[in-house]
Design a protein around this ligand. Structure first.
Ligand code: NAD
Length: 388
């Protein structure tokens, strides 16, 4: 990550926020010359009429839109291949994704694969894109992954039960939007899981050894916004201000972690989702307090700094006490938004391979504050499966 940040100065994409932001983004796309976009979304958003206004706007602008609505949570290589075929059949000149991280990630890789001679396998990895992508635009509807501002896409390989990473600055969209008209319809459990995902991004970036003053600033602001507004958005989904603040928190968290990296919550949860198709945010939310406890000593000063920020208290006499208060706060937030303490899907027979792959992911991709052993991961998996 440090090497990537030296090679590239990442710019945040242009963003539109609030009511009607999706149409403003579409207007930008049309003014930039696109006439044949591929709309990437899932059947739920399409069937519920949430994209009717967008389709009407694009039709009025004379656009010939191809719709791909086959997005599924934890999208697969097959999904990306279908999208690429749709781009070719529709002679599309741009990609417009509306959805959560699954739609955005799949759209990113569709936009790359459609202009590349490489197979998807060869595009997977770090800095593998050597040609310009189709211009792509994203409307983020879940407030969790931060994919609208990250250089990464995550696609599941159903053959190997592994999530493959596609990481390159070219995966930053031209522009992004958070439209409150769409955000308000996210159901409570998904609001909770995706919001906790965003919180995880911010905390893992804040304790990463690759952090910088700029990532610290974004991560800390994200934590403040999510801690304050996620319970409001969860208990009153129609509160547009709370929805927008959580979306902003998710965006800032994405901006922080795409530079500073993640940690063991993600390293473990990616393997869990690849095995059992567990929603990404939910897996992260359940793992987060356990991994924070693992880092309690080594990251005590960092956690204490966050706790002081949240309490509005600048004195720092007892770092460990404040660190514990912060971890308890995260636990309490998870419980307030209805996150369960265990995952019933986990199976003992998979623990060895989950642990091995989690350690490999962390070793190759993240600057973690404290290294786990296989037994540490197994202990966490045991506690997740029996709720202890
Ligand atoms: P998701 O995109 O899988 O969406 C989950 C569900 O929410 C879907 O069924 C969808 O129809 C529904 N939904 C989305 N928006 C809605 C709305 N406004 N109203 C009602 N329903 C709505 O969930 P996610 O958590 O956003 O994305 C998870 C994926 O993102 C995983 O594959 C994960 O690996 C990936 N991810 C990517 C990055 C990155 O940097 N690229 C970071 C973290 C996670």
């Amino acid at each position: 990550l440090r090497a990537m940040n030296r090679l590239y100065t990442l710019e945040k994409p242009l963003t539109f926020s609030g009511k009607g932001a999706m149409i403003k983004l579409a207007d930008l796309m049309v003014r930039s010359g696109s006439r044949r976009p591929l709309l990437v979304t899932d059947s739920f958003l399409l069937k519920n009429g949430m994209l009717d206004g967008l389709l009407e706007f694009l039709a009025n602008e004379g656009c010939d839109v191809t719709v791909y609505d086959g997005i599924i949570p934890n999208p697969t290589f097959a999904v990306v291949e279908e999208g690429v075929a749709a781009i070719r059949a529709g002679k599309c000149d741009s990609v417009f994704a509306v959805g959560g991280g699954s739609a955005i990630d799949a759209a990113k890789v569709m936009a790359a694969a459609s202009t590349s001679k490489k197979s998807l396998d060869k595009l997977a990895g770090i800095l593998k894109v050597d040609q310009p992508l189709l211009p792509f635009y994203v409307v983020a509807t879940t407030s969790g992954t931060g994919s609208e501002v990250t250089t990464a896409a995550v696609i599941s390989d159903t053959q190997t039960h592994k999530k493959k990473f596609f990481v390159d600055p070219k995966y930053l969209p031209v522009a992004a939007a958070f439209d409150t008209d769409l955000l308000v319809s996210l159901p409570g459990p998904m609001t909770a899981g995706t919001g906790m995902d965003a919180l995880t991004h911010a905390i893992e970036a804040f304790i990463s050894r690759a952090r910088t003053p700029a990532t610290d600033r974004d991560a800390a602001t994200a934590i403040r916004l999510i801690v304050e507004f996620l319970p409001v958005a969860y208990s009153n989904g129609n509160d547009e201000h709370a929805r927008e603040m959580v979306a902003l928190g998710s965006f800032l968290a994405g901006n922080a972690f795409t530079r500073a990296g993640l940690g063991y919550v993600h390293a473990i949860s990616h393997q869990i989702s690849a095995h059992y198709n567990t929603p990404h945010g939910l897996a992260n939310a359940i793992l987060l307090p356990r991994v924070l406890r693992f880092n309690r000593q080594v990251s005590a000063e960092r956690f204490a700094e966050l706790e002081r920020m949240l309490q509005g208290n600048s004195s720092a006499p007892y770092a460990l006490i404040q660190a514990d208060q912060f971890i308890e706060r995260v636990d309490a937030l998870a419980s307030t938004v209805g996150i369960p303490v265990n995952l019933d899907d986990l199976q003992q027979k998979d623990f060895a391979s989950i642990a091995k792959d989690a350690l490999a992911e962390a070793r190759s991709s993240y600057a973690v504050p404290k290294v786990m052993r296989k037994s540490d991961v197994t202990k966490i998996l045991n506690s997740v499966s029996n709720g202890s």
